[in-house]
Design a protein around this ligand. Structure first.
Ligand code: NAD
Ligand code: LMR
Length: 325
């Protein structure tokens, strides 16, 4: 058996974690020969609920689940961890935009950034899911000066999967037949799901679906999917968010498939003219745990304008929390 890896999950008694933890313990993240230690962080008031989750995890008798640590102290939770799923944060309700959560959630990521800096393994991979995810990741990254910016990503894999699904449904193919979709920008209603380079069974997607459907159906559907789920369920997406979190971290750890890429929100290096330092979603490939923004893609005026709108929103979010950077 391999040595266990140490994985922190924050908001461990919340609804996303109720799906995520059981799948991590079952081996969906790093495979069924990789034991794990789970470091579960919650606020003090939720510790009793977390004990219930732990009882259930233990009752599954998972062969890979080596040890569970529960705590309300971020430094204890992040001690020597290899991976951090930062999920714990307030979700939005009906009629809210994700950025309305900035004031209540931002502080969490400043505290956790400092704790990661002090306690985590220097190669830790940090995935921020709690909303507004891009700017929360920016806050955590800026509060961890001893970690590299490359240690931080925010989750846009759910938006990536949503784009794949829309295209597959429209074309009557399987999700696995769809490659090279991408999501640019913020995990918000300004995000830009782009299919200009997408392929369906090897053919250009835009030769198989109408441009009008792409512009007037796919883009707004993906941008508003989170809100549609909240309206239908009365709660925000949870199982699909857990699936995306596992896929994003698994891809980061194990790499992208040959000839394809995924979307991740990563620190911008100025690629495609996007302001350096913002946590912006790009198409990326991963090899040996290192993320590279896909370079040299043709981006037309239509796309550039959409990419800029999302960049501007991220810039404004950054301005609103600059006291935390
Ligand atoms: P939830 O309310 O069910 O659970 C959140 C949990 O976080 C709660 O148990 C709460 O006690 C805990 N928490 C709050 N502050 C904490 C802190 N400082 N430290 C540790 N734990 C803390 O919410 P949820 O449905 O699980 O969603 C969690 C977050 O993920 C929300 O912000 C939601 O909007 C976001 N989300 C993001 C995506 C994405 O694609 N990026 C998708 C779905 C949900
Ligand atoms: C989502 O995209 O489903 C999440 O960000 C939750 C939300 O607030 O929409």
């Amino acid at each position: 058996m391999k040595t266990p890896v140490d994985i922190a999950v924050t908001g461990a008694a919340g609804q996303i974690s109720y799906s995520l933890l059981f799948r991590l313990a079952a081996g969906e993240f790093l495979g069924d020969d990789q034991p794990i230690n789970l470091h579960l962080l919650e606020i003090t008031a939720a510790m009793p609920a977390l004990e219930g989750v732990v009882m259930e995890l233990n009752d599954c008798a998972y062969p890979l689940l080596n040890r569970i640590i529960t705590t309300d102290d971020p430094k204890v939770a992040f001690d020597n961890i290899d991976y951090a799923f930062l999920v714990g944060a307030r979700p939005r309700g009906k009629g809210m935009e994700r950025k309305d959560l900035l004031q209540c959630n931002a502080e969490i990521f400043s505290v956790q950034g400092k704790a990661l800096d002090e306690a985590a393994n220097k190669n830790v991979k940090v995935l921020v899911t709690g909303n507004p995810a891009n700017t929360n990741a920016l806050i955590a990254m800026n509060n961890a000066p001893n970690l590299k910016p490359e240690n931080f990503t925010a989750m846009t894999m759910l938006d990536h999967n949503r784009t794949i699904n829309q295209l597959a449904e429209k074309s009557g193919v399987k999700a696995t037949d769809v490659k090279n979709v991408m999501v640019w920008g913020n995990h918000s209603s300004t995000q830009y799901p782009d299919i200009h380079h997408a392929k369906i069974r090897g053919q250009d997607a835009l030769s198989l679906v109408e441009n009008d459907w792409f512009v007037n159906e796919l883009i707004p559907t993906v941008q508003q999917r989170g809100a549609a789920i909240i309206k239908a369920r009365g709660q925000s997406s949870a199982a699909s968010a857990a699936t995306a979190a596992i896929k994003q971290m698994r891809t980061w750890a194990l790499g992208t498939a040959e000839g394809d890429w995924v979307s991740m929100a990563v620190p911008s290096d100025g690629s495609y003219g996007i302001e350096e330092g913002l946590i912006y979603s790009f198409p990326v490939t991963v090899s040996h745990g290192e993320i590279s923004i896909v370079q040299g893609l043709d981006v037309n005026e239509f796309s550039l304008e959409k990419m800029r709108i999302s960049e501007q929103e991220l810039h404004e979010e950054k301005e609103a929390i600059k006291h935390l950077l």
